[in-house]
Design a protein around this ligand. Structure first.
Ligand code: F3S
Length: 281
């Protein structure tokens, strides 16, 4: 069996930065909270909890101490609430997400109807929506048809695919009189999508490792599955099934930007341990 790991998989710079901030303040401060799980990965959230970093779903649940805002960013109302409660604020918003938030504000000031290509229920998108007074979130080109505005400012959730952003923009051209588009998809995500899709082409089976609620892992899985139907989304080594590997010789591994390298290593190790079992029978 040959195992190949996609280049660029695992923690991105934004996730590393947020985790480093959490670890630093867990050592320095007594009560440390994150607003929502710091990243969409259960293993990491559990390990932070062991170090005293607690995830809460609302600022209202924090009495005092330090609050860390995660890489997805938060809504301005959360900043205001945290300040009013005199909490120490540590802003872990990824600089790439902050740029999208600023663009949403800028497009609003310029009078565009802001169109965000993304998942309306994702916290990153909710944070971006809160920066634009007239934002519309669309997930696909079909949803663009309901937009009434004639001057559209299009931006995307950082984990979107380029093909969806292109398709939405192209559909928007049908009715709008003016369109301004910013490609706000994170370059690390685009590179990872590309390397994972190329890997999907040349392996017999592709394992996509990452949290079930991780947007970029889910998108990676869907993209790769279109190329290689023998693609599986797993959270860790415990989700693999021995029968997937019968008669397989080339195995590809990729992972979302919130998957720790040790989880990827564990999966690779377990796959290797299957080799003798699969070939014995
Ligand atoms: Fe930031 Fe890109 Fe990671 S937007 S959080 S570096 S996936």
């Amino acid at each position: 069996m040959k195992i190949e790991i996609a280049s660029g998989c695992g923690f991105c710079s934004g996730v590393k930065r947020a985790i480093n901030l959490a670890l630093t303040f867990a050592e320095k401060d007594k009560e440390v909270y994150t607003l929502g799980p710091l990243i969409h990965n259960l293993q990491v959230v559990q390990s932070l909890e062991e170090k005293g970093v607690k995830a809460v779903d609302s600022i209202d649940k924090i009495g005092q101490g330090t609050v860390i805002f995660r890489s997805h960013g938060v809504q301005p109302a959360d900043f205001i609430k945290a300040k009013e409660k005199h909490l120490k604020i540590v802003d872990g918003t990824c600089p790439i997400v902050s740029r999208v938030q600023r663009l949403a504000e800028k497009l609003t000031e310029e009078g565009y109807s802001v169109v965000i290509v993304g998942d309306p229920n994702h916290p990153e998108v909710e944070g971006i929506v809160s920066r634009a007074s007239n934002a519309i979130v669309v997930q696909n080109p079909d949803e663009v048809k309901r937009i009434k505005g004639k001057r559209l400012g299009i931006i995307a959730q950082t984990t979107q695919t380029l093909s969806n952003l292109r398709a939405v923009t192209s559909q928007a051209m049908e009715n709008a009189s003016e369109i301004k588009v910013y490609n706000t998809i994170c370059k690390a995500v685009l590179r990872l999508q590309e390397s994972s899709c190329k890997l999907a082409e040349r392996v017999d089976i592709l394992l996509v490792v990452g949290g079930v609620s991780s947007a970029n892992t889910k998108r990676l899985f869907l993209l790769a599955k279109e190329i290689n139907p023998n693609t599986y989304h797993i959270e860790g080594k415990g989700d693999m099934k021995l029968e997937w590997f019968a008669g397989i010789s080339k195995i590809g591994l990729t992972a979302g930007t919130s998957t720790p390298s040790w989880v990827i290593d564990e999966v690779a190790k377990k796959v290797k341990s299957y080799e003798c079992i699969v070939y014995r029978y």
